[in-house]
Design a protein around this ligand. Structure first.
Ligand SMILES: [Zn+2]
Ligand SMILES: [Zn+2]
Length: 308
């Protein structure tokens, strides 16, 4: 078989995922007719206030397929047309509670237009037109939902930040050795970062409230257990855990995932991922639900078996 391709069909038949971004502005209100005003306020806070409030939403559509002879997965004009016709035109500058029948809460099966409920219904509007692999919907730069076509399951991410100082060095090593391992990060008096923390939870979208879990409770857990504890500290000295553990970005992300896992379970969701951005140049991600090391180990073992 020849491995050479003519210039015109380079890549044809090979798989690729493409993304397209679109944005719209819309308002919504979290209000259930079966609850009284006090109950609605207790559940949804200011989001329950009439007549509602708005967001500038951003939608990222991911699609997969094989390249055609023109070097494309899909014709972008068709992609743009479908997203505009099925999502942007119906939603832009509208009151979400009234645009689609799924959000008619006067009906028993109506659902509130939360980010996670909305991204799922957008998927249903687009799935017959486009070979979707995932959708991401940003309600704001600090809150977004991901959907992969798994019935009522979705991911919800909240982003927060804190500032802290640290020094990377192992107590049992001489300074010269620590400098070899950690570079400038081993300097005696430490240095600081503005950390960005993304916490992603997975769960089932409630068919009525449209929520994976109670968002204010999730934010309170993150604020109380992480932000309040770590913000404006010198991690090595102020946080007991890091007196014996080098506070690398990876170790801080692990510490955060261990702290959050059970409290998030207690509000009915599962901690899926913790991403800690230490600087524009480096970040650490902990996939709480799967062991990357184990899967790498299995691959390694399989390749060894194959060699024998
Ligand atoms: Zn809102
Ligand atoms: Zn550092």
């Amino acid at each position: 078989m020849s491995l050479t391709h003519s210039k015109s069909d380079h890549g044809k038949g090979r798989e690729c995922v493409i993304t397209r971004r679109a944005s719209f502005s819309a308002s919504h209100r979290y209000w259930l007719p079966e609850k009284n005003p006090e109950e609605n306020f207790a559940l949804f806070g200011k989001c329950s206030l009439a007549p509602g409030h708005g967001h500038n939403y951003e939608l990222i559509v991911s699609m997969g397929g094989e390249l055609d002879t023109y070097g494309m997965v899909l014709n972008l004009s068709d992609v743009k047309y479908s997203i505009k016709e099925k999502v942007i035109d119906p939603l832009d500058f509208r009151f979400l509670n009234e645009v689609w029948p799924e959000f008619d809460i006067a009906k028993d099966n109506g659902i509130l237009p939360t980010t996670e409920a909305l991204v799922r219904i957008i998927w249903n509007r687009l799935k017959n037109d486009l070979p979707l692999t995932s959708l991401r919907l940003y309600e704001s730069p600090n809150l977004w939902a991901d959907y992969y076509g798994k019935k009522m399951e979705a991911l919800l991410t909240v982003q927060t930040h804190f500032n802290a100082a640290h020094r990377l060095a192992k107590d049992d090593l001489p300074l010269s050795e620590n400098k070899k391992i950690y570079g400038k990060c081993a300097r005696i008096n430490g240095h600081g970062h503005n950390y960005f923390l993304d916490v992603t939870v997975r769960g089932r979208i409630d068919p009525r409230t449209g929520m994976i879990c109670d968002l204010p409770s999730l934010q309170t857990i993150i604020d109380d257990l992480i932000i309040e504890q770590l913000d404006h500290t010198f991690l090595n000295k102020d946080i007991e855990y890091f007196k014996n553990c080098v506070p690398t970005c990876e170790n801080i992300a692990l510490y955060i995932s261990d702290k959050l896992s059970n409290p998030i379970k207690n509000i009915g969701a599962t901690l899926h991922k913790v991403r800690l951005q230490e600087s524009p140049n480096n970040a650490a991600e902990i996939y709480v639900e799967q062991s990357l090391t184990n899967s790498l180990q299995i691959k390694l073992e399989n390749s060894l078996v194959n060699q024998i």
